[in-house]
Design a protein around this ligand. Structure first.
Ligand code: NG1
Length: 409
């Protein structure tokens, strides 16, 4: 069990293996296939959010790290206005044409939609794109809240980009990919996932201001590991509940803005303003707003605690975030609560909380070096007994954001 997913091969081994897969495609370089030139490689990481949950779509602050679970594409450009990709994960080959690509015509309901979404959005933003034929592989667990979709989009954005054409910065490129996911795939996500995958920095988390799409890097303290524990619980309710939470936040903003000029988003509201307007809000809306307003403050406090190496503060901030998501935002679950309970009782676990949208998925823990296996053992020994579900534990590292892979690296 444990790390039930395929592990992380080295960059060089992965480059060789995926290039060989490309070369093994029937007619990989035959005239009929149209592919020519050297095989190119691009990669994009998944991400885990340290803190700042349900703040991105409220123009707030988030603190994710890009992680060493990655989508890779080996490809050769061709002169057709088409993309054809073979998935090593799903074992199928899918394609789409740039001609007539639009949100109205979407709809294979498969992984290729995320590539097509990115192509559509890049073109819609006036960026040139090129067709290619390739092979795609991924070590990002799917559907666990580690942003396999965003990694697929950001890897695609690099494969689609015409070399030499001006490339928008990471934040702008993330916004283009997010728009593709919103409009073409139809998922109403915020910008955090694409941004983290685009802008990641090895050994660092990213403090992203989702109002202005700018970021700063925040070094991870030496001596701490990042551990992701997957609950194995379904996130089925997530899409509708996610959209309901978004509407509740929007209603809170609308009602407060009637009395407070200049309020455009929850980002503009502090605790004092929320309190003096609380009587205008339905009780449930007030709780949702309280979570977001305080969560933004916790993000800044976490950045300070990381810089100071203040482990006690980190523990308290993660605990407060988890409790707020459980009690005020109501997006935790019995499984996520059990996973956090188990983790925080392990000596050497500094901080632990649910991560991502909630309703299942993963927790994130900061763990002293040397205590990772104790956490894994505790989860394996206790979690299944408590929930009947099989957990997975990933010890991850913060890595650089998406880009090309140098051959022979
Ligand atoms: P997950 O469920 O981890 O992919 C979702 C959103 C994020 C953000 C978080 C909550 C999608 C694809 N992503 O993350 O933008 O809003 O919830 O902080 O829906």
């Amino acid at each position: 069990m444990s790390d039930g997913h395929r592990g992380n091969p080295s960059t060089a081994a992965r480059a060789v293996a995926l290039t060989a897969r490309f070369e093994a495609l029937p007619g990989a370089r035959g005239a009929g296939a149209g592919a020519s030139g050297p095989v190119a490689l691009v990669r994009a990481p998944g991400r885990v959010n340290l803190i700042g949950e349900h703040t991105d779509y409220n123009e707030g602050l988030v603190l994710p790290a890009a992680i060493d679970r990655e989508v890779w594409i080996a490809f050769a450009p061709w002169d057709r206005p088409e993309v054809e990709l073979t998935s090593a994960v799903f074992g199928d080959t899918r394609s789409f044409s740039f001609k007539g690509l639009s949100p109205e015509t979407r709809g294979t309901k498969s992984w290729i939609d995320y590539v097509a979404a990115t192509a559509w959005s890049m073109r819609d933003a006036g960026l040139p794109v090129r067709g290619f034929r390739g092979v795609i592989d991924s070590t990002v667990p799917i559907g666990s809240g580690l942003s396999s979709s965003a990694a697929l989009e950001m890897a695609s954005s690099w494969a689609l980009a015409v070399p030499g054409a001006p490339r928008p910065d990471a934040g702008a490129m993330a916004a283009i990919a997010q728009r593709g996911e919103n409009r073409y795939v139809g998922v109403n996500c915020g910008i955090m996932d694409q941004f983290a995958s685009a802008a990641g920095r090895a050994g660092h988390a990213l403090l992203i201001d989702c109002r202005i799409n700018q970021f700063k890097t925040a070094p991870m303290p030496a001596g701490l590991s990042l551990v992701v524990c997957e609950t194995g619980s379904s996130r089925k309710l997530e899409a509708s509940a996610y959209n309901t939470r978004r509407s509740e936040c929007e209603l809170g903003v609308k009602l407060i803005a009637e009395r407070e000029p200049g309020v455009k988003a929850l980002r503009d509201i502090d605790e004092a303003m929320l309190e003096r307007n609380r009587d205008r809000l339905p009780e449930v809306v007030a709780r949702r707003c309280e979570h977001v307003v305080r969560e933004d403050a916790r993000v800044m406090a976490t950045v300070a605690a990381l810089a100071d190496g203040d482990l006690e503060a980190l523990g308290q901030l993660f605990a407060a975030s988890h409790a707020s998501l459980r009690d005020l935002y109501e997006v935790s679950s019995a499984e996520l609560d059990a996973m956090v309970d188990i983790a925080v009782a392990v000596p050497g676990v500094v901080a632990s909380r649910m991560t991502g949208a909630g309703f299942g998925g993963c927790t994130v823990s900061l763990v002293k070096h040397g205590a990772e296996e104790a956490l894994r053992d505790a989860v394996l020994a206790q979690y299944q007994k408590r929930t009947g579900l099989e957990p997975r534990v990933y010890i991850v590292a913060a890595v650089d954001g998406a880009g090309g892979v140098k051959q022979g690296a």
